[in-house]
Design a protein around this ligand. Structure first.
Ligand code: PEP
Length: 252
């Protein structure tokens, strides 16, 4: 059995107001409390403005809290951005960096993602570094090339199993209801772990959690989470309903 603890992470994206956040996070926290000892860790990543609301709703539970992005710099003239230290101060233990929506909408390159992950590490946050190929890249047979080069470029020096989680999210599977086959997911995850070993050493890579993301839901979670190199999920749509997200977690 793997020593890697399953991480079930919810990316709420730009969804919800205070009342929704309180109900969703509070409902999940209650389920976690009621379940007692579980074999997985749960994380919710609400929009930045809702982090204090969620921190309050999950108080006293083991639910983890994360941001959806952070700036690479510590502070200063960066209107609209959030520093890693601010996330930490607000109660976060994690931050997602390099989500494909940020890579696309905000032109984030591997170098930018790398600097953001380094800022997260410097402030005691675990960076959830997202990588994944587009449909065109997949169709061109470039899936491994793309993911290999994103690992090489996006994972900063000083990354360890303790401060880093990788999320493999095929861009074409996000929000589409489509997923790769289980065999494809396992192959890419094993490849990612091997590429990670080149960067951080085989010992750390073996301990690092690699999540699958892209249309994971209560129906397909069990099969995906059972794969040897899949150590959890990064979940968008299905993380917005208490019962769906809990069903994904408990299928681990
Ligand atoms: C995501 O955006 O990280 C994601 C995996 O979304 P969904 O689960 O909705 O495909």
């Amino acid at each position: 059995m793997s020593a890697r603890r399953i991480l079930i992470a919810g990316n709420w994206k730009m969804n919800g107001l205070s009342a929704d956040a309180t109900a969703l996070a509070g409902g999940l926290a209650e389920k976690l409390k009621g379940a007692g000892a579980v074999n997985f860790e749960m994380l919710v990543c609400p929009p930045a403005v809702l982090i204090p609301v969620v921190a309050k709703a999950i108080a006293g539970s083991t639910m983890q809290l994360g941001g959806q992005d952070c700036h690479m710099n510590a502070k200063g003239a960066h209107t609209g951005d959030t520093a890693a230290a601010m996330l930490k101060d607000a109660g976060c233990g994690y931050v997602i960096v390099g989500h494909s929506e940020r890579r696309t909408d905000h032109a984030e390159t591997d170098a930018i993602v790398n600097a953001k992950a380094a800022a997260a590490h410097a402030n005691g946050l675990i960076a959830v570094i997202c990588i994944g190929e587009t449909e065109a890249q997949r169709d061109a047979g470039k899936t491994l090339d793309v993911n290999g080069s994103q690992i090489a470029g996006s994972v900063p020096e000083g990354s360890t199993a303790a401060n880093t989680v990788i999320a493999y999210e095929p861009v074409w599977a996000i929000g589409t209801g489509r997923t790769p086959t289980s065999a494809e997911v396992q192959d890419v995850h094993a490849f990612i772990r091997a590429e990670l070993a080149k960067k951080i050493g085989a010992g750390e890579a073996a301990k690092t959690r690699i999540l699958y993301g892209g249309s994971m839901n209560p129906k397909n979670a069990k099969e995906l989470l059972a794969l040897a190199d899949v150590d959890g999920g990064l979940i968008g749509g299905a993380s917005l309903k208490v019962d769906d997200f809990w069903a994904v977690a408990t299928s681990a």
